[in-house]
Design a protein around this ligand. Structure first.
Ligand code: NCD
Length: 318
């Protein structure tokens, strides 16, 4: 394992990780470098480090999750923390009250790190103001999902080298996607060219102000892309009709071999999961040689270890 040049705490001097917004390129790069070490640790027989020994990590999920919650759990355990999972089914009517009450209750148990997912944008920021520990945003509504963007960047970097100068096409339901927002900010911070492709009903107003090129035609948007990042159609966040039918959506925006052929030869395909096969992506592509989807899951654990480790060094007595 390589020695770090500067301690991550020296480069990443934050108490919380609430979003990619506001992070400097050097901070992002420091986290990715630290995650490279975590990849090595995670591939060994002995996967444990002691940086979180004695610490308590609570995963507080108001919205269900498979890979994000389990990877935060594994990441905490690999660093030696005591990890507790809390899945809270919350009614949207009681949202504000439940959130604050739960935060205050958990805070009284002296956790060191809270990992929080909530269906409302901004809820994790609010919670961070009410507790004395570090807070990590594991996804808040359609706002941010910073560890997803970090794991995507790590996956890209390991295959394509430095991220600047790459063309990354983010495709599909941009409107409802916290993954897209966090990725746009991170990729822009590292100097990539970012494109967003989707039907006009799924492109948010003001998207052009985020420094992306916008396309409503997949073939045009995919032309010469290095990375094709597909998004899930977030039907649970749609009230109303945003796409005529799933079949028509796949016809125009689903990634299949023919559309992918417009990207650069050797372009790589990503998806944060969970995937709707046959809706936004053809199974043959999802499981094909250009797909990085399974590797993204492995990188997810490593990136979460890196974030936990960086924050741990900024904890009191860290
Ligand atoms: C994403 C999420 O929850 O925002 N998934 C994930 O974190 N693995 C994307 C999605 O749900 O479509």
């Amino acid at each position: 394992m390589n020695e770090l040049k500067a301690s991550p705490a020296a480069v990443f001097a934050h108490r919380h990780l609430l979003g990619i917004e506001g992070l400097q390129a050097e901070e992002i790069t420091a986290l990715l470098d630290l995650a490279e070490e975590a990849v090595e640790v995670s591939r060994q027989v002995e996967k444990k480090k002691a940086v979180l020994r004695g610490r308590t990590q609570i995963n507080l999920f108001f919205e269900s999750s498979t890979r994000t919650q389990s990877s935060f759990e594994l990441a905490g355990k690999r660093l030696g923390a005591d990890v507790m999972n809390m899945s809270v089914a919350s009614s949207s009517v009681k949202k504000g009250e439940t959130l604050i009450d739960t935060a205050i209750t958990l805070n009284a148990m002296n956790p060191d790190i809270l990992v929080v997912r909530h269906h409302a944008a901004g809820a994790v920021h609010l919670l961070a103001q009410k507790v004395g520990c570090s807070v990590i945003n594991a996804g808040d509504g359609a706002h941010e999902h910073p560890t997803q963007a970090l794991l995507d960047a790590l996956t890209i970097r390991r295959h394509k080298g430095p991220i600047h100068d790459l063309t990354v096409a983010i495709c599909g339901d941009i409107l409802h996607s916290r993954v897209a927002r966090s990725n746009i900010m991170l990729l822009n911070a590292l100097g990539a060219r970012v494109r967003c492709i989707g039907p006009s009903t799924l492109l948010p107003k003001g998207l052009d102000r985020l420094g992306v090129e916008i396309f409503t035609d997949m073939r045009a948007g995919l032309t010469d892309a290095d990375i094709v990042m597909m998004l899930r159609l977030q039907r649970e966040r749609m009230d109303g009709s945003f796409v005529p039918s799933v079949r028509e959506y796949f016809h125009f925006f689903g990634l299949d071999a023919e559309k992918l052929s417009f990207a650069k030869p050797g372009a790589l395909v990503m998806h944060p999961g969970p995937m709707n096969r046959g809706v936004e992506i053809d199974s043959a592509i999802a499981d094909g040689p250009q797909s990085l989807i399974r590797e993204q899951v492995e990188m997810g654990v490593a990136v979460r270890m890196a974030v936990l480790e960086a924050l741990a060094q900024n904890l009191p007595n860290g």
